[in-house]
Structure formats: C-alpha cells, structure tokens
Design a protein around this ligand. Structure first.
Ligand code: FES
Length: 201
C-alpha cells in the first residue's frame, strides 16, 4: 500500500437497514381460546342431571300408570248390629256416614204388612244429595232443593220424582242384621213388598 492511499479517510459504511419487524401476533391467537376444563365439567354435570331427572320422571309416570288411584268403597254386604239395639219408631243413623243407609224400625209397614226393620238409602232420588232426618218433623229433608220424604221413604214435597230406595235386609247366622246394598228395591215398581226388602220381627 502507498502512503497516499493510507491518508485518504475512508468513507463510513452506510447504516444497515433495520430488519423488518415481524408483525405482532394477535392477542387472541397468542392465547388459544380453549374451553376451560371446569366450565366443561359443569356443563356435563348439568346435562347428566337433566337426563337423570327426565328418566326419573318417566319411571314415576310409568309406576303411576301401573298403580292407578283406587277408590276403596265399603263392601256392599255388611252387618249392622242386633235388632234390639233399635227402638220401635226409631231412625238409626249409625250407618249413614259409612254405608249410606238408615235403619228404620217400624211398628207397622204397609208394604210388608208387618212389623220390623227396613234399610233405606240416604241418596236423594232427585239429584243425589244426602237428606237429613228431622226427628221433630218426622221426615227426611234434602238440603239441596228441598225434597221431603216420610219415614217410610215415600216422597211428598219438593222436586224429587220418586221415593228413596230400600236395600235387601235379613238376619245373619249370629243374629245380627245383614244389609245387602247390591240388591235395591223401588216402591214405584212395587218392589217394597218383596220379602227381601223387609226384616220381619
Ligand atoms: Fe235432593 Fe235435589 S238433590 S232435592
């Protein structure tokens, strides 16, 4: 190298251009939108709970279908105590609530042409209400529309078109009164004279 060359100041090298910046990653991409594990588990629990509840409801409905409501009615035939527990002329109301009958002991019944006891239905023959026995007035009176019946069961006032009904009555082997509600007798059909409709004493 010559002396001249060594005195020439060297030109500074141009600054290197800065390398282009890499574009910033979007924040969302940076953090992946993964379903949180806890949230996933609670959704699964909810789904299983709903499924179990619906299955339980289905099973309950099936069980209800297989065991429907049953109305337990008293048996049509029942014993109603001994005849001497009822006074002559008395309307015995002991079996009104449970069996829907009155036992009436009469000194004389024109239909049976005898003295004894008959079982009278407590169902009003108008629209099915339950009349009351009014001792002072010696009559049955229906509270719904005012139908009235004599002690025999024959109607005499109000809208009802016919008498109360009587049921089969007899004496059981043990001497008790036996009432059979599966056999009824209607006065307007001439059935009160049937021997089964009256217990002669
Ligand atoms: Fe008894 Fe109508 S139901 S009078």
């Amino acid at each position: 190298m010559s002396k001249e060359e060594s005195t020439v100041p060297s030109t500074p090298a141009p600054p290197k251009p800065a390398p282009p910046k890499a574009p910033a990653k979007p924040a969302a991409a940076a953090a992946k939108p993964a379903v949180p594990r806890r949230s996933f588990l609670s959704w699964m629990t909810l789904a299983w709970t709903a499924f179990t509840a619906s299955m339980l409801a289905a099973v309950t409905a099936t069980a209800r279908f297989m065991f429907p409501n049953v109305l337990f009615e008293p048996p049509p035939t029942f014993k109603a105590g001994y005849p001497n527990e009822i006074q002559v002329g008395q309307v015995d109301e002991r079996f009104k609530q449970k069996f829907a009958i009155w036992l009436v002991r009469t000194a004389y019944d024109q239909y049976a042409n005898a003295t004894g006891i008959f079982a009278l239905s407590t169902v009003c023959t108008h629209l099915g209400c339950t009349p009351n026995w009014l001792e002072a007035e010696q009559k049955f009176k229906c509270p719904c529309h005012g139908s009235g019946y004599y002690k025999t069961g024959v109607n005499f006032e109000g809208p009802t078109p016919r008498p109360l009904e009587r049921f089969a009555i007899s004496l059981a082997d043990d001497g008790q009164i036996l009432v059979d509600k599966s056999r009824k007798f209607q006065q307007e059909k001439g059935e009160w004279s049937n021997p089964a409709a009256f217990l002669k004493l």
